[in-house]
Design a binder for this molecule. Structure first.
Ligand code: HEC
Ligand code: HEC
Length: 348
């Protein structure tokens, strides 16, 4: 009898422990998980020790990212040129449109997997994500505002004094805190759930179709040396032979003033291409078919053209029409619908 009581008690204890553990797990799932490295990604480059991502910091960063008061006339937010449904690019615009519809000279890149970037911008002119927002805020053709005025506007809004206090412990609104919070939001814009990732991680029984597989083989043969998986960029600067566009943009040379850097641009990731047209640093190609036709037959000789695109006495990459279709099928496996629909990254 006595022994049975003990069993009942033990059962109750185990049951309660079990329940509270489940509660904790449930709470964890419902609440903010912080920055997590996807299983098939390398270690990030960003120094998280100096700016750990917290729920409050992320939420403040998100509010700031969608805050139009960063622009002189309060009309443009970061989210105006980096739109989530377009994988945080400016869909349909070859070069970005800023305040008063002023035109920039470059295509707005996705805010995506930035924790793994070694440098930012098409020319790598920015090294630290925490300093990146200063460029668009102060650029004449983007937000055309000063940091002092932005801080004054934020300080005048009770919403922000509250958010800064929760995120950083006091109400003080400084440039450093503003930048750190924005980084926390942007670092959480992780795209790692495309079909490609699921196939590689052996998730949800996903496998490539025969066409996708064939495209993957061609991709590894012709594209990987620059567009290296899993981020689909090796972070280097190259001239891929598109030739000089309507603006004589010298690319990497504008940062280094080194002649061997003329017309070199950061190799872009190839994730989410379905949502990010048009393509290249000046958005000159409106379709992926156009991009593949370029590599197959339109590569132009120009200073510093990459050696990989002038091999065996010919310019470009030899691709048949069938090869192009296989490649398109493979590139399609890099689109991540979960990313562009993730509500936690949308304006609240
Ligand atoms: C007027 C459109 C516009 C606005 C507004 C804008 N951006 Fe951008 N963003 C761009 C363009 C264009 C580039 C590429 C510039 C270049 O390479 O010279 C860029 C580049 C970036 C990059 C680098 C991405 C990479 O892969 O290298 C980040 C990060 C970024 N923007 C964040 C922001 C933040 C944060 C804000 C708000 C403070 C903002 N942007 C506002 C158009 C815009
Ligand atoms: C020698 C390095 C190199 C090779 C090889 C290469 N690319 Fe690129 N790719 C680049 C560079 C650099 C850019 C950006 C050029 C620019 O904007 O001026 C680019 C841009 C692109 C873009 C536009 C992406 C965007 O967001 O704008 C696509 C798509 C693309 N490449 C696909 C491919 C495919 C597919 C292959 C293989 C058939 C390939 N590339 C081979 C270097 C390379």
């Amino acid at each position: 009898m006595k022994a049975n009581h003990w069993y009942v008690l033990l059962a109750i204890v185990l049951f309660t422990v079990g329940c509270s553990k489940n509660e904790v797990i449930k709470e964890e799932i419902e609440s903010f998980l912080g920055f997590r490295k996807p299983g098939n990604f390398p270690e990030p480059e960003y120094n998280f020790a100096a700016n750990p991502v917290t729920k409050a910091g992320f939420e403040l960063g998100r509010a700031l990212f969608y805050e139009p008061r960063f622009s002189r006339d309060n009309s443009i937010s970061c989210g105006s040129c980096h739109i989530q449904s377009a994988a945080f690019t400016h869909h349909g615009h070859d070069v970005s449109h800023g305040i008063e519809d002023r035109l920039g000279k470059r295509n707005s890149p996705p805010i995506m997997n930035l924790a793994w970037r070694k440098s930012f911008m098409w020319d790598g002119g920015v090294f630290d994500l925490d300093l990146q927002p200063i460029a668009p805020i102060t650029a004449h053709e983007e937000m055309d505002e000063t940091l002092d005025r932005v801080l004054a506007k934020l300080k005048a809004m009770p919403k922000y004094t509250g958010l800064f206090k929760t995120a950083f412990g006091t109400e003080e609104i400084t440039t450093a805190r503003t930048m750190k919070a924005m980084s926390q939001f942007m670092l959480m814009c992780i795209s790692s759930n495309a079909k490609y990732d699921k196939v590689l991680r052996k998730e949800d029984n996903q496998v490539f179709t025969a066409e996708e597989e064939q495209g993957f083989v061609l991709f590894k043969q012709h594209c990987t040396s620059c567009h290296t998986a899993p981020l689909f960029t090796d972070e280097s600067f190259r001239n891929n032979g598109i030739g000089i566009g309507s603006v004589d943009d010298l690319g990497r040379y504008e940062i280094t003033a080194n002649d061997t850097d003329r017309y070199k641009f950061k190799v872009p990731s190839l994730r989410n291409l379905k949502y990010t047209a048009p393509y290249m640093h000046d958005g000159r190609f409106y379709s992926l078919k156009g991009v593949l036709d370029h590599y197959a037959s339109e590569v132009q000789q120009s200073p510093n053209l990459d050696p990989l695109l002038q091999q065996n006495g010919r310019l470009g990459i030899q691709l048949s029409e069938a090869d192009k279709n296989y490649l398109l099928a493979f590139l399609n496996t890099l689109n991540d619908e979960m990313f562009i629909k993730d509500k936690s990254l949308s304006e609240q």
